[in-house]
Design a protein around this ligand. Sequence first.
Ligand code: FES
Length: 572
Amino acid sequence: MSEKKLRSQEWYGRKGKDGFIYRSWMKNQGFPHHLFEGDKPVIGICNTWSELTPCNAHFRDLAAALKRGIWEAGGFPLEFPVMSLGECSIKPTAMLFRNLASMDVEESIRANPMDGVVLMCGCDKTTPSLVMGAASVDLPTLVISGGPMLVGRFKGKKIGTSDVWRFAEDFKTGKLSQEDFIKAEAAMSRSVGHCAPMGTASTMAAMVEALGLALPDNATIPAADSRRKVLAHMAGIRIVEMVKEDLKMSKILTRKAFENAIMVNAALGGSTNFILHLTAIAKRIGVDIDLSDFDKFSSLIPLIANVQPSGEHWVEDLFYAGGLPAVMKEIASKIHTDALTITGKSIAENISEAECYDRNLIGTLEIPIKPDSGIAVLKGNLCPNGAVIKPSAASPHLLKHTGRALVFENIDEYKAQIDDPNLDIDENTVMVMKNVGPKGYPGMPEVGNMGLPAKLLEKGIKDLVRISDGRMSGTGYGTVVLHVSPESAIGGPLAFVQNGDMIELDVPNRTLNLLISDEEMEKRKAAFVPTKLPYERGYVNLFLDKVNQAHEGVDFDFLQGSSGSEVKRDSH
Ligand code: FES
């Protein structure tokens, strides 16, 4: 045991009435007295299990494996639920509740008698919400992800979430029947786990591994593979050791760790949602990163992993090819390999034995899968505080493009008009959607990769430049400019775009401009009237009042920073 008294003893080590109260009710679960005597670190298991979060529905099994490891190492596991966000079910968008879930996590950890915590994360928002909340408390903390689904199989082909967009297009143009559409649903989600491509969930699982918050291989072992349970068991052993070593989150989450995460994300062609979540986590732990860091460090790294949506294969395949440690080894000359991780070792030590077993899956710096990857950050009169695009998922011929704007004032207008046969749209059009930013459509929905009208799809046109202040699913693709900041709902310049305006996108030079004069821009600005949103009460009202913009992480201003783990008052 460490010399330091365990934090949990502030509860269980009390004498008299206080100790009685803290221990007695716990004993109704059959825990013997010696567990409370101060030589067993209490490990909180922060579980996002829920049948409404299907990507995390196997977490009871995983928690059982984790507990075995904690008991083996001499710890005392106590599992607790927190708000679980199922991306595919929650309306209007799970992102609206990420900050709420993070508050639940933060206060649940701080308020309870635990010495260390394991965060059980899977579906997209369950990772950032848990990491953000835990970062504001700063106990020894380890993350275990649920793992990706096994790749789906449909009519002889491998399929996964990134095919949803293709299926939708084929259904729209009559190439896929309703019957086959339903069969594809079952074929795609055939096992436990989160989405099979490098969507936001796997991007987040890789992010925590790259940050040093998870054991090696956390990102890629399939959910259904028994080695995922082995990983959980080993995580249980490790978190007990971390408590003894007082290895807190703030010792891991340094500036170097964040730079590593950005470079690893580029190597994977990870989701654009990564930017929002990593920024929010950094601000919680007090590390200063901004959009320019994403461009700067991304641009050092080409696409190394050949995984959808930027590449061809699946996260499951990446595991068989060597997993994230093998990817990190390929970029070891670029990342900070001396960064400390939850193993108590450096990245260099963690990846020293990693090997690539399949060059179709993992490229090298010299022969990458694609030369461009990561995130390009755009600036210009249309996005003074920045906008982002994922070049590896875009059409090369559109990365430098000037076209006429077709404007949708909101998502409802888009839905009503997109399949109008008279819609004035062709292959050069720049589609613009307003009012889908953090405040404009509270929570910033994943609608930035607006589907194209059937009349263009039938002509074989699969991509247009699309611009919005919203987000895009990590499984989405196309020449899609996202996260325009400031957003249109608060009077950002996107609000002033009109049908027929010319817009110039120049990704190589990192610019996005509305080609109107400064005088005209000022005139339109003066005429801008913000829309009053119909939210008078409750959480959404708080969200609208406190949420910051995309370039700041879409967090609440009052949640940035850490309050530490000390509980300042005691009622007994
Ligand atoms: Fe949960 Fe994709 S819907 S990870």
